[in-house]
Design a protein around this ligand. Structure first.
Ligand SMILES: Cc1cc2nc3c(=O)[nH]c(=O)nc-3n(C[C@H](O)[C@H](O)[C@H](O)COP(=O)(O)OP(=O)(O)OC[C@H]3O[C@@H](n4cnc5c(N)ncnc54)[C@H](O)[C@@H]3O)c2cc1C
Length: 668
């Protein structure tokens, strides 16, 4: 799997960005009717952007270019011209396509419009329309009275052209939304109210973070859909519709957010924020906004990835040879007696070599690409087996920061499940603000003496060991250390706490003069914060915790139901699941290339939480009163999904990270 642009695709994106920078409108005065349409057509032609398809480019390449042109508010009719060439590969000169019925909404300087009328292709003069709501592009209609028939169109070609048009409009929405948000973020870094930059206000940071995460998800879904269209043909129609709907929601949403972030000036005729919003409205409405797409997607199963092996260096969601071999071996193991569900599942899974496969061999793994971790969760989910144990983040912490002795003593047992572990970070007075942890460890000779309380510690009742974040020095994060503590040590007590869904899985853990050897410290004293942050970054990557396959099962079940599958909330949640899936694929690809951006895990965590909550909220609603009078899995899954917005760092904390570390907004 290679869910990122290859070098050639990246070079094309850069070329499109350069053309877009040259043709874009940076001021209101530069919008049509100002500007030079002749120059725009010449630039599209000379750069090769007009002949991309003829030169062998795929739909993903077209999509990448469309996003760049939209981001600069370019009026150059790239989308109109590209769709015309889908319908009519030999279309001459300044021909654009009608993107919806007879309306060519992207037709600046076009002389001819092609449109499908009663199943036949017509080419006719471009008759001016407007001005429309869109102030950055120029529309035209085909003059049918003067049109010439080009004959009937092959249905598949027609359907494909419409899907390409949807994707390019989706790219336009992502591009315009991205640019709107970028501008607004820069504005709030400078704009001051109440004596501070307004970008320091959390209300502003959180709306920017939400818009950003939605755009990232929509764009990843869009790239996946474009790639699928090239590999599955019109069978990818549902994936394309989902991408168009997601981009409509995210693109318009980002433009609206940007206008809000600009305050009064964002609502003026003179400001580009409102121009971007207008463009988004038109791209969203063309070929169906999200509401129309949800209706068309009722009961449609989740998208599939085509078979075969990844080829070339470009974007590709298929397995490469290592991944395919790994998947085949795992499937064979799942068909063997060891691979059947039942007692000792964790130990058998580990014995088969299927746990923490991406870790180095000396830490108990197989040094496989991290994508193989995702394959494990995917195949286990598909085979209806329990997920792999949630220990990747704990094993990571010990493998990276532990001493050779700690690695030797603990990793094998942790991975094989012969010893169970829990994570003791949160305290009654220190949740989101982990740096204020009070549980204290004092060195007394060659022993640490621990006193304090931990709370919400998952699996504490069954754990043999606790990875404990505690204070060994002064206040603040520099005074924190990480210890490994056996839960059987005298003075350590576990009191169960019942969850909202009725299970007994987390607990309060008290430490009263608990003594552990001095070498129980992981790393060095004072390194606790660094270890905790590294661990949380892994915990926040959904790829490692295998929930996507659980979400997929829920989505597939709901969509297959004639009543539940037609609900817009179900269809929408299933579409966002594809955005999550595509985003995780991108994160995994980055990690296989050694790029482990810890802050980016917050995007995955937020998206994962939203999908969990939307999907399982919709599932509970679909069950109606019955699901509450006779409660079952749907209530439990819903309540668990609500908790997803808290454990591993709350959604608000993730928004803070996205806003401050990824968008660069200032701290208060
Ligand atoms: C099911 C479950 C399992 C858990 N398992 C574990 C575990 O195994 N080990 C462990 O250590 N912990 C665990 N936790 C605890 C979890 O990590 C904490 O609950 C979480 O970090 C929030 O801390 P808190 O509960 O103290 O809430 P608070 O931090 O008090 O938050 C209360 C509210 O204030 C908001 N808030 C707080 N700070 C900010 C801020 N800076 N900006 C904006 N909003 C803010 C929060 O978003 C939240 O809405 C678990 C929790 C749950 C629900």
């Amino acid at each position: 799997m290679h869910a990122t642009l290859g070098d050639t695709q990246e070079a094309l994106r850069e070329l499109a960005a350069a053309v877009a920078a040259d043709l874009g409108a940076t001021t209101i005065e530069a919008l049509p009717p100002a500007g030079d349409a002749d120059r725009a057509w010449a630039a599209l032609n000379d750069s090769g952007l007009l002949s991309l398809r003829a030169d062998g480019a795929g739909t993903l390449e077209l999509v990448v270019c469309a996003e760049e042109l939209a981001a600069t508010l370019s009026a150059a009719p790239f989308v109109g011209a590209a769709v015309a060439r889908e319908l009519w590969p030999d279309a001459p000169g300044r021909t654009v396509a009608a993107l919806d019925g007879t309306l060519a909404a992207d037709a600046w300087g076009a002389t001819q419009v092609v449109a499908v009328v009663d199943g036949g292709l017509e080419a006719g003069p471009a008759a001016p329309v407007g001005p429309t709501a869109d102030r950055s592009r120029v529309s035209a209609r085909i003059d049918l009275a003067a049109a010439t028939s080009l004959g009937p169109v092959d249905t598949e070609r027609l359907e494909r052209a419409e899907l390409v048009a949807m994707l390019l409009l989706a790219a336009d929405l992502v591009g315009v939304g991205r640019a709107a948000l970028t501008d607004a973020v820069e504005h709030v870094k400078e704009r001051r109210q109440f004596g501070v930059a307004v970008g320091t206000f959390q209300a502003v940071q959180h709306m920017a973070a939400d818009a950003h995460v939605q755009l990232v998800g929509a764009r990843n879904a869009l790239w996946a859909a474009a790639w699928r269209l090239d590999h599955l043909g019109i069978e990818a129609a549902a994936s394309v519709r989902r991408a168009k709907a997601l981009a409509s929601e995210a693109g318009r949403g980002a433009c609206e957010t940007a206008c809000q972030m600009f305050g009064g000036v964002g609502h003026t005729w003179e400001h580009l924020a409102s121009v971007r919003l207008r463009r988004a409205l038109v791209s969203r409405a063309l070929l169906g906004d999200e509401n129309e797409q949800w209706a068309a997607l009722a009961g449609v199963a989740p998208s599939r990835t085509p078979g075969g092996l990844a080829d070339g260096e470009g974007y590709d969601l298929r397995d490469d040879t290592t991944e395919a071999g790994f998947r085949a071996d795992l499937r064979a193991w799942l068909a063997s007696p060891d691979g059947q569900d039942g007692d000792g599942w964790h130990q058998r899974l580990a014995g088969g070599g299927w746990v923490v496969v991406s870790m180095p061999p000396d830490a108990g793994g197989r040094a496989l690409p991290v994508t193989c971790e995702a394959i494990v969760t995917e195949e286990l989910g598909a085979a209806d087996r329990p997920p792999p144990p949630v220990i990747g983040h704990l094993a990571h912490a010990l493998a990276v920061f532990g001493s050779p002795e700690q690695r030797a003593d603990h990793l094998a047992g942790m991975i094989s499940g012969t010893t169970r572990w829990c994570q003791g970070f949160s305290e009654p007075e220190a949740g989101s603000d982990l740096a204020s942890v009070r549980t204290r460890a004092e060195l007394d000779g060659d022993e640490w003496v621990v006193d304090g309380r931990k709370i919400w510690t998952s699996d504490a009742a069954v754990a043999d060991w606790i990875l404990l974040l505690c204070r060994t020095g002064a206040a603040g994060h520099k005074g924190l250390s990480m210890l490994v503590v056996p839960t059987s040590t005298p003075g350590l007590e576990v009191s169960m706490i019942r969850t909202a869904w009725g299970s007994e899985e987390f607990a309060e853990v008290t430490f009263d003069g608990v003594r552990v050897p001095a070498d129980a410290v992981v790393g060095v004293p004072g390194q606790g914060w660094e270890i905790a942050m590294s661990l949380l970054a892994v915990e926040r990557g959904p790829a490692d915790i295998g929930w996507i396959s659980r979400f997929r099962r829920t989505a597939t079940r709901l969509l297959a139901d004639p009543i539940a599958g037609a609900r817009p909330d179900v269809v929408r949640a299933a579409a966002w699941l594809e955005a999550l899936d595509a985003t995780v694929a991108t994160t995994l690809t980055a990690r296989t290339r050694g790029n482990h951006d810890t802050s980016a895990g917050s995007i995955d965590k937020l998206l994962m939480t939203w999908v969990d909550q939307w999907l399982h909220g919709a599932a509970l609603d679909a069950g109606g009163l019955d699901a509450l009078v006779d409660p079952g899995d749907d209530l439990e899954l819903y309540l668990w999904a609500r908790a997803a917005g808290v454990f591993g760092g709350t959604s608000q904390v993730q928004r803070n990270i996205v806003a401050q570390r990824l968008l660069g907004l200032p701290r208060h």
